[in-house]
Design a protein around this ligand. Structure first.
Ligand code: SF4
Length: 694
């Protein structure tokens, strides 16, 4: 029997509506309805072809227990578990296969033992951005209430935490302000630190269409030439770590040329005079600074042109990890918000702030409280927990003893992998819920295979605050993420009495005011369009129409100065960079998603990018004698990477993706991170290039 089932794409934060053609419980095709609200009838290659992972023979179908875990714990096991552990069936040299009931009993026993022995702060958990809101909410509840530990985090730590921090500080709400379709109601789009065509392709489609139809002009600001630049009126290729510098310069132009919106500032903002004085007296804020920066002199003229157009038109700003993954990521987001506040480009149709969130449910995971400093609904938790980089240090110090991981490959996507591996090796117990045996699953003591997003019911929140109720495309007898947590909790306490996703969701709604009116019934009625939070009777497509979500309702102009460093300092100091030293930025390519767990299992995607490639400027070709190189830093080294010379890369700089664990890209990044949220500085790294080990 063949049926068409509507749901939502499992990959990026764009959150496209999809329709799956399902034949005999197998997905045979995925497409978008021509009137799809997010997709507008088109999906990117991941949405279209990235479904083979569902039937992959590599899926984890039964719980796995490491043999070494049983050996180490055998004597301490209670009699019943001891007897049952003797009947475990070996899967290979490393793992036993287990039935679900025994695996959950074993986890409950070990977590309890460790809590008794080391105390409640010895437990931590991370994950949730790849699964539903129901499961994310359950993970933080399990951590805070069952394990009584404040240490809960999610992978926003390595992506958009600075966007949340920067927007919360300035406008009181860490989320996109408008729907994507406002691109067609805007006049000017500033895209900074976002390779939109690769990372958020269906949003990029709108930008390109609006530009071609002469509805909007686009300015692209990035450290390299990106595809979207072909459709832009202005392309500014800026030095590494110059986001805050450039954004403050835009503010300087707007202030010094009186292009700001006095009425909006007087009625909706505070702190303007202090902010204005600070910028106008900042030695780095005048765009003329670029006149003395060799190779970037054109920016002295170009930045003011972009600033004028932004200030005088109905404008939106889009940004991605190119903004957040820096030591001043949160401050750069504040600088972005300042531009909108000064010019009144917020709180109206076609004008706003659009952080392009990465994972399919990273917005939802933050909303439901998978953060150490926010309980559900961004409430202050009873106790503030540690952020992941601090958890890693606490593991090394022996303070954290156990970790629960739900769909986040901390042994691949986080920086400083030599350190992380050492920290994970120091733990007494790791439990992971995953689809495939990735790096962290392989390091775990017990692994649960769980339903994928295409096999379950649940709510996902996309990058424009849109809630989508997904429904299963195929049947699957694996447990949902939240069910594993419930079943373990039931062996510890017995408070989680949920029988269905809907029951969990109703409990989530009682906790998260933004979702209050979004019952399953209402969400299923609006399945194709979705609803944007806050949702009561109706939804809220545009935020901040009358006031901001700060305590006093006012926008808070928040000045931060740029600190001279890195590549810019080296150019100013006339440092002759050593021939084999380069500045590297890392990012995604279109066909893969993050640690490529699912895309690698979809041959039509993986064959297009089976390895991570190092893009090098064509102008630096003579510096290379071999087709492969190893990148080195004080923290570690990559595997040999194949080089591709490119005209889009500026001399002295490089780009690589990090999708394949075997490339070991994240072994070369260190602890340098956003100073307010500890989000790693993945977008700027000085590397030494070596061909000796290739
Ligand atoms: S843009 Fe994102 S959500 Fe849309 S189809 Fe592609 S991966 Fe899926």
């Amino acid at each position: 029997m063949t049926t068409d089932i509507n749901s939502v794409c499992t990959y990026c934060g764009v959150g496209c509506d999809i329709t799956a053609v399902v034949h005999n419980n197998k997905i045979t095709k995925i497409y978008a309805q021509s009137d799809g609200y997010v997709s507008r009838g088109k999906l990117c290659i991941k949405g279209k072809y990235g479904f083979d992972f569902v039937d992959s023979p590599n899926r984890i179908r039964t719980p796995r227990i490491k043999k070494s875990f049983i050996e180490k714990n055998f004597d301490a096991l209670p009699t019943e578990l001891k007897a049952r552990s003797k009947r475990l069936i070996p899967l290979d040299d490393i793992w036993y296969e287990s039935n679900y009931e025994f695996a959950t009993s074993l986890v409950a026993w070990k977590l309890d033992v460790l809590k008794q022995q080391y105390g409640r702060y010895s437990f931590c958990a991370t994950g949730g951005a790849r699964t539903s809101c129901e499961s994310g909410w359950m993970l933080q509840k399990f951590t805070r209430e069952t394990m009584e530990s404040p240490h809960i985090d999610n992978c926003a730590r390595v992506c958009h935490s600075p966007s949340l921090k920067g927007l919360k500080t300035t406008i009181g709400e860490g989320a996109a302000t408008n729907p994507y379709d406002d691109i067609f109601k805007s006049e000017f789009l500033l895209v900074i630190g976002s390779n939109t065509t690769d990372a958020h392709p269906i949003v990029a489609n709108r930008m390109i269409e609006a530009s071609r139809d002469k509805i909007v002009d686009i300015a692209v600001i990035d450290v390299r030439e990106i595809h979207l630049g072909k459709f832009a009126k202005y392309n500014a290729v800026i030095p590494y770590e110059a986001n805050l510098l450039v954004l403050n310069m835009m503010a300087y132009v707007i202030l010094s040329e009186n292009l700001y919106n006095t009425r909006f500032i007087n009625t909706r903002c505070k702190g303007f005079e202090e902010y204005k004085n600070s910028i106008l007296n900042d030695e780095f804020a005048n765009p003329k600074f670029f006149e003395k920066l060799k190779g970037y002199e054109d920016l002295a003229q170009l930045i003011p042109v972009i600033a004028r157009e932004y200030a005088t038109k109905r404008s939106m700003i889009f940004w991605g990890l190119g903004i957040s993954e820096h030591i001043d990521g949160s401050k750069a987001v504040m600088a972005i918000a300042n531009l909108a506040l000064m010019t009144g480009n917020i709180g109206q149709t076609g004008a706003g702030l659009m952080p392009l969130r990465g994972q399919n449910n990273v917005q939802g995971t933050c909303d439901v409280g998978c953060l150490p400093y926010y309980a559900p609904d961004y409430q202050t938790p009873q106790e503030i927990g540690l952020m992941t980089p601090d958890l890693i240090n606490a593991m090394l110090d022996g303070e954290i003893k156990s970790m629960y991981i739900m769909g986040e490959d901390i042994a691949h996507i986080h920086p400083n992998q030599n350190k992380i591996n050492k920290a994970l090796d120091n733990l007494e117990f790791i439990v992971t819920q995953e689809l495939f045996m990735n790096e962290i699953a392989n390091k775990s003591d017990i692994v649960f295979g769980v339903k994928s997003a295409y096999e379950k019911t649940g709510v996902y929140v996309n990058a424009m605050r849109r809630l989508h109720l997904s429904q299963p495309l195929v049947e699957c007898d694996l447990p949902d993420d939240w069910e594993v947590l419930r079943d373990i909790e039931n062996k510890l306490k017995g408070d989680f009495l949920y029988e269905s996703s809907e029951q969990v969701w109703d409990a989530v709604r009682a906790d998260v005011s933004r979702y209050k009116g979004a019952s399953y019934m209402k969400l299923s009625k609006h399945r194709s369009k979705g609803m944007q939070w806050p949702i009561d009777k109706d939804d809220t497509p545009i935020l901040h129409l009358d006031d901001f979500r700060t305590d006093d309702g006012l926008g808070n102009l928040t000045y931060n100065s740029y600190i001279l460093r890195g590549q810019i300092k080296e150019i100013l100091d006339n440092c002759e960079s050593l021939k084999n030293h380069f500045y590297l930025t890392s990012g995604r390519v279109l066909v893969h998603y993050n640690n490529s767990a699912q895309t690698k299992e979809s041959p039509r995607l993986n064959e297009k990018h089976p390895n991570d490639i190092l893009l090098v400027s064509i102008d630096d070709q003579d510096k290379f004698t071999s087709s492969k190189v190893v990148l080195k830093t004080q923290y570690g080294q990559s595997a040999p990477l194949e080089i591709k010379f490119s005209k889009s890369i500026k001399t002295g700089t490089m780009f690589t993706s990090f999708h394949h664990a075997k490339s070991k890209i994240n072994y070369i990044f260190g602890d340098e991170a956003d100073e307010l949220t500890k989000t790693a500085r993945f977008k700027s790294l000085k590397v030494e290039v070596s061909s000796d080990e290739c």
